[in-house]
Every structure is written in structure tokens, then in C-alpha cells.
Write a protein that binds this ligand. Structure first.
Ligand code: FES
Length: 333
């Protein structure tokens, strides 16, 4: 089972006009737990004392170095904004070990990368790794609202200094260039065809890149995406079945009973019912939605968090668990 650890912040470094880079230096005894591959993320708990929540942030440092994650302010972003305002060197934060599958598939091959805003965090890591592993050409299309808001610019310039023409970065600033159209993205991709493609950014940006890649005739099987906030929540009441289970949830000192419809995940049912239970990845990778089965039967879907002993102990990840039977009860620790 993945266990959270208290990690001290070694440094907090401003990035662009509205972001910070948090640098953790885990104790030597935690080195194994926090070993990671470029492109993976950390899940950490932060926020006001009475409203702490879990969030995922991509790692930007190289394996073996301190753990750096990039946090950008977002409108209404409880955790990100709190971190930008309150995180200070020496603070401790609760952090889960690295997770995620947005990693380089083929070493030594040219790659095409698209980053929108804070999506540069995993894209930067992949670019650096691809270059270090001998990719002959790494091309990044990097879109931001403005020059002032762009992050990791100095780090990208350092990479270019080290790797010369093997790295090309096309900076795009919406306030100067307008929003990139699918046609413009297609043109950038067409000139760099036959490569694996990696993309990360806000949903509208990702949609535009998808359209551009489709116009450019890219093979969908070679397109890899990182999506933190858009993992689908199954709609309540229309999730593939007649079954209705009454789920009782013990969380935060309260007990709530709510319906789980058909193949809806327990997490989706809880969120649809307005429960502020912890979650981050919604993909069975980060462990933030772990809870214990008190009674009833469940169907467990694949996840990267629990081993057989955990399952025998009754642990489950709510985002990758469905209800079976008429009633079910779970308890959050
Ligand atoms: S939300 Fe990450 S494992 Fe469920």
C-alpha cells in the first residue's frame, strides 16, 4: 500500500507571475519510496486547516535530485492558491509517493510535445529525458496566456544551451498570437510527422491539439496525454445498469447514506452526492481516495495502489471500486 509521508519543503521558488516551484528533499530513508520516472507526479494534501484536500502535481526534477513540483494559481483553486500563498521553506506537507503512467515510451526516438500552461511540468521532464536518452529531435509547442505567465522558461533555455539544435521550442502567447487554432497546431505537427506525441494542458488546449493532430493525420495509438482534472465522472443514474446500491459512508465524523447507480464508481457516487471525500487522480494511482470496506460486496477494478494484503485487510480505492448488492458501507480513515 502506498503510504503518505511528511516531507519538508526545502525551497519555494517563484515561477512566472502566478506559480511557485516547491522543492522537497526526502530523508535518505525515503529514497526508495520516492524514486520516480520523468513524467510522473506527486499527490500532496494541502489547504486551509479545516479543508485540506489532495491534489496531483507533476514532477519537474530529474530522478535522483530533490523533488520539484510546479504549482500554479487557478481561479477558485483551493489547494493551488493556498500553496502559492502559504507554502514556505521548512514547512512539512503530507505527500504520497510518485505515481502516473505519462512516461517516455521509446528512448532514442524523436518526439513531439505540446504543453499548455502548467502542462509544461511533465512535458519539460519528458523533453529532458528524451534528450538525455539520445532523441535526435525534441520539439515543444508551449502555449501560455502571456510571456509573463510562462513557467520553466529559464530551465528550457538551459536545456537548449546543453542540447543545441536537438531541442526546438515554439513559444506561443495567447495575448500576442491569439488562441492557437487547430489549423496552426496541425501545421506545427505536420512539419514534425511520424513521431510519438505527448500532450498536457487545460482541456480546451488539449481539444485543439487533438483536432490538429487528427487534421495532420497522426496515428492515435502514438498520442499520449496527461489529464489530471478531466477524468470522467460517470453521470449519476445513467452508468450502465439497473442496480441501485445504498452506500453508507463514514467520513470526517459524519455518516451519510447515498445511492450508487449501476457501474458508477463509489467515488463518483460520493462526489455526485456532494460529499467532500479526498481524491486526486481518479485513476487508481495516487491512493488519496483509500477507504475501508465495513460491510457489503464490491467489484475492484485495476489500480496501482493496493496489494493482496491490503485487499485482505479491507482497503479499497473508491475511484476504482463499484458496488455490488443492495447495501454497502465504507469508512475513511
Ligand atoms: S483518486 Fe487517486 S487512487 Fe483514487
Amino acid at each position: 500500500m502506498k503510504k503518505a509521508h511528511e516531507l519538508r519543503l526545502g525551497d519555494v521558488i517563484p515561477q512566472g507571475s502566478d506559480a511557485v516551484l516547491l522543492r522537497f528533499q526526502p530523508d535518505a530513508g525515503l529514497a526508495e519510496d520516492f524514486r520516480f520516472e520523468p513524467g510522473q507526479y506527486l499527490t500532496l494534501a494541502a489547504g486551509p486547516v479545516d479543508a485540506r484536500q489532495w491534489r496531483c502535481y507533476s514532477l519537474t526534477s530529474a530522478p535522483g535530485a530533490p523533488l520539484d513540483v510546479l504549482v500554479r494559481r487557478v481561479r477558485g483553486g483551493l489547494v493551488s492558491n493556498w500553496l502559492c500563498d502559504h507554502a514556505r521553506p521548512g514547512d512539512s506537507l503530507t505527500v504520497l509517493p510518485p505515481a502516473g503512467h505519462f512516461t517516455l515510451r521509446r528512448e532514442g526516438e524523436p518526439v513531439l510535445l505540446f504543453a499548455g500552461g502548467s502542462g509544461i511540468a511533465p512535458i519539460f521532464s519528458l523533453a529532458r529525458q528524451a534528450l538525455e536518452k539520445g532523441a535526435p529531435r525534441v520539439s515543444i509547442f508551449y502555449a501560455n496566456r502571456s510571456r509573463a505567465s510562462a513557467m520553466l522558461v529559464r530551465e528550457l533555455e538551459d536545456l537548449q544551451t546543453r542540447h543545441g539544435e536537438r531541442l526546438e521550442v515554439r513559444y506561443w502567447h495567447d495575448d500576442e498570437d491569439g488562441l492557437p487554432s487547430a489549423g496552426q497546431l496541425a501545421a506545427f505537427a505536420t512539419a514534425r510527422a511520424d513521431r510519438d506525441v505527448y500532450l498536457c494542458g487545460p482541456e480546451p488546449f488539449m481539444r485543439g491539439v487533438d483536432e490538429g493532430l487528427a487534421q495532420a493525420g497522426f496515428d492515435a495509438s502514438r498520442i499520449y496525454r496527461e489529464e489530471f482534472d478531466s477524468a470522467p465522472d460517470e453521470p449519476a443514474g445513467d452508468a450502465g445498469g439497473e442496480r441501485l446500491t445504498q452506500l453508507t459512508v463514514q467520513f470526517g465524523g459524519n455518516t451519510t447514506t447515498l445511492p450508487v447507480h449501476g457501474k458508477e464508481s463509489l467515488l463518483a457516487a460520493m462526489l455526485n452526492a456532494g460529499l467532500a471525500v479526498p481524491y486526486a487522480c481518479k485513476a487508481g494511482e495516487c491512493a488519496s481516495c483509500m477507504c475501508r470496506l465495513v460491510s457489503g460486496e464490491v467489484e475492484r477494478l485495476n489500480n496501482a495502489v493496493l496489494d493482496e494484503d491490503d485487499v485482505a485487510d479491507g482497503w479499497l480505492v473508491a475511484c476504482r471500486t463499484r458496488a455490488l448488492g443492495d447495501t454497502l458501507e465504507v469508512r475513511f480513515p
